[in-house]
Design a protein around this ligand. Structure first.
Ligand code: CA
Length: 234
């Protein structure tokens, strides 16, 4: 398992590097924003641990740049600030999860394992022998191909990050049903997560922007006071 750590504080780098190496991961390190983005672009990693405050280019900008290149590598963001604004900005830029410094070693490992487990790429090879048509979820004109892990609407491709994919898959497996924020959190992020349901709102909005396109009927709907529902507009 190859991981990339982009972090500028030597003590944090040495702590994370030692800890993850002991846990059996192959860890590469970049200590400024530009070299981090370059390494992430030129090499293939299973996961990127990305600090927000970095010299040269910050973590939010790196994350945005990678997602713009359609790079869906899971990104775990490290923030020292822990404010809601920073967390939302990080997730909005395409990060899959975040960890507030200082964090416990066990928590870092748990988040990494959890992200690696959910990365669609890591299970891509398990469905290759299955009949193609049987592996497409369809709600109205929205399609999700479980083999290729790709979504499309009216035949137009929708580029999704790993977390957006899991969220959409969960919603498409439960169409026309109100899904509470807690239900979504538990099924998409996992019950072991001591996470605020705010992350659900952030991601549903993110997905909604991609799925509910202009001049097309809205599919992802807010049910005020209850949660969200995937359903055709009446
Ligand atoms: Ca830093």
């Amino acid at each position: 398992m190859k991981l990339l750590l982009i972090e500028d504080e030597p003590s944090v780098v040495s702590f994370i590097h030692r800890y993850l190496t002991e846990a059996g991961y192959d860890v590469s390190v970049a200590m400024d924003g530009h070299s981090g983005l370059q390494m992430a672009t030129e090499h293939s990693f299973q996961l990127i641990i990305l600090d927000v405050m970095l010299p040269g280019m910050n973590g939010i900008a790196i994350c945005k740049a990678l997602r713009k290149q359609n790079d869906a590598t899971p990104i775990l963001m490290l923030t020292a600030l822990g404010s809601t604004e920073n967390v939302v900005a990080g997730l909005d830029s395409g990060a899959d999860d975040y960890l507030v410094k200082p964090f416990k070693q066990a928590e870092l490992l748990a988040r990494i394992r959890s992200l690696l487990r959910r990365n669609p790429d890591s299970v891509a090879n398990t469905t290759t022998n299955v009949n193609h048509n049987a592996n497409v979820l369809k709600v109205a004109d929205l399609e999700l191909d479980l083999n290729t892990k790709s979504a499309s609407r009216y035949g137009e491709n929708i580029v999704l990050t790993a977390t957006e994919y899991r969220l959409l898959e969960y919603m498409m497996r439960n169409p026309r049903r109100v899904l509470s924020r807690m239900e979504i959190l538990e099924n998409v992020w996992g019950i072991d997560f001591n996470m605020n349901t705010k992350v659900v709102d952030v991601y549903v909005n993110y997905l909604r922007k991609k799925v509910n396109r202009k001049e097309q009927p809205a599919l992802i709907q807010t049910v005020v006071g209850m949660g969200y529902m995937l359903k055709e507009e009446e």
